[in-house]
Write a protein that binds this ligand. Structure first.
Ligand code: GDP
Length: 447
């Protein structure tokens, strides 16, 4: 059963909401010592959704000074085991420093968060909810647990996170064209470590100083999309991190930026990983690059601050070699030297991004694919473990973005991974798939 955790500071109405959703059913009081001491749990029902609800109450009478430390433990424990956390704030009293602190804890977690602005009955609704935008945890919705208003919004907010994947998946796949052509605005994300120059690059690309330069880190941290045109082609920057100026960079923000990175990658077609020429390629960069490839996005790498790079050609070749070694699944990942400050190299980089999206969206005809397939198998037969013949019958492309193939045959469970790699490399090379991720799935047929 999916688990929802209600979190928030005392007196925002968590218990009222809990009681409304759990109703008269007996609420268990977990009396194990430690962080779970004061929680309540119950089976909740909401417009046909069934889930387990955890209420992190029990601090209503605590003194303000020692509250945050203990509350944090309990909140984090509940959130960690939940499929989604429902962060409740009080629309009437507005966002308090404690709310902001809780928001900071929540941002460090992998659990999805939805924000409810409670006590927002009647006219107060939208206004109270607006302020909760500043928490930077996505679109808040107005709720009145006491009056039962905003229940449908609550349902809409929770549903995507608690319906089982099997239920949600087919719907999404039906909507999405498996071979969506490479048209429309290029969805581009720029990721990289703090200070790599992401904001400066965005400024340089859109040609005017439009970045949000608010003093508070996190003020606008929900996804920001910037639309602009590059030589007549539409570009949609889905970068989240680089569109904000950060007041300072500390450990918490490093962590925060990892979540931003994931979000940007999810939304993008092409991801540019920005490196800092004065620092070179570091382990963290390789991890981000690998993440982009794992997520099936088209990856490009740009070494920024080229204007102040020392030993330019050695640096470039060094990064290239490290990429070949560290990201061996894709050869020749596009690598550019740019200067966000002077603008050098940016045009070529964006041009390459459009090309890369085409390769990432490519569809190969089944005829061409199977001519290649037969040749590849002739050139190098699959092994016959214990005298068992593995038969590879045919291959078909099931989707693009990234190109994804299914091979049909029998005894495919015996096919060594090295042979699948051979096929992938050969497919890449012979059909000129370009430096994009490819996926090959095996589908066994009987006999
Ligand atoms: P972000 O954290 O990735 O958004 O990085 P910023 O855009 O805030 O840049 C960090 C620092 O690097 C700032 O001091 C920029 O002025 C500087 N910077 C960014 N790009 C370049 C560049 O191409 N050349 C030079 N010399 N400095 C740059």
């Amino acid at each position: 059963k999916p688990v929802v955790a209600i979190v928030g500071r005392p007196n925002v109405g968590k218990s009222t909401l809990f009681n409304r959703l759990v109703g008269k059913r007996v609420a268990l009081v977990d009396d194990r010592p430690g962080v779970t001491r004061d929680r309540r749990e119950g089976d909740a029902h909401l417009l046909g959704l069934d889930f387990k609800l955890i209420d992190t109450a029990g601090f209503e009478d605590e003194d303000e000074q020692s509250l945050p430390g203990r509350m944090r433990k309990q909140t984090e424990a509940a959130v960690a085991e939940a499929d989604v956390a429902l962060f409740v704030v009080d629309a009437k009293s507005g966002i308090t420093p404690l709310d902001e602190e809780i928001a900071r804890w929540l941002r460090g977690s992998d659990t999805p968060i939805v924000v409810a602005a409670n006590k927002a009955e009647g006219k107060l609704g939208m206004e109270g909810a607006m302020e909760a935008y500043t928490l930077g945890l996505g679109d808040p919705f107005a709720l009145s647990a006491e009056h039962g208003e905003g229940i449908v919004d609550l349902f809409d907010a929770l549903r995507p996170h608690i319906e089982r994947d099997e239920d949600a998946e087919p719907e999404r796949q039906e909507e999405e064209d498996p071979f969506k052509p490479a048209t429309g605005p290029l969805k581009l994300a720029i990721v990289g470590r703090p200070n790599a120059g992401k904001s400066t690059l965005v400024n340089q690309m859109i040609g005017e100083d439009r970045l949000i330069t608010g003093p508070e880190a996190g003020i606008t941290r929900d996804s920001i999309t910037l639309n602009w045109e590059w030589q007549g082609h539409k570009v949609e920057l889905v970068d989240t991190a680089g569109l904000r100026k950060r007041a300072k960079v500390d450990d918490k923000l490093e962590k925060l930026s990892a979540m931003d990175t994931k979000r940007s990658i999810d939304m993008a077609e092409v991801v540019i990983l920005l490196l800092d020429a004065t620092r070179g390629l570091e382990a963290q960069d390789l991890r981000i690059a690998d993440q982009v490839i794992q997520e099936g996005r088209a990856l490009m790498i740009a070494i920024n601050k080229w204007d102040i790079a020392e030993g330019a050609s050695a640096l470039f070749n060094g990064v290239k070699a490290a990429l070949e070694e560290g990201l061996s699944q894709i050869k020749n990942i596009p690598l550019f030297a740019v200067s966000a400050k002077t603008g050098k190299g940016i045009d070529q980089m964006i041009e390459a991004a459009f090309l890369l999206r085409e390769q990432w969206s490519r569809r190969v005809s089944t005829g061409e694919l199977n001519r290649w397939f037969d040749d590849a198998i002739d050139a190098h037969n699959p092994p016959a473990p214990k005298g068992q013949r593995i038969k590879l019958r045919y291959i078909t492309q099931v989707k693009s973005r990234p190109p994804t193939f299914v091979i049909f045959g029998n005894r495919l469970d015996m096919l060594p991974a090295s042979y699948v790699r051979y096929l992938e490399n050969s497919l890449r090379k012979d059909l000129k798939m370009g430096p994009v991720p490819l996926r090959i799935n095996l589908r066994m047929q009987s006999n």
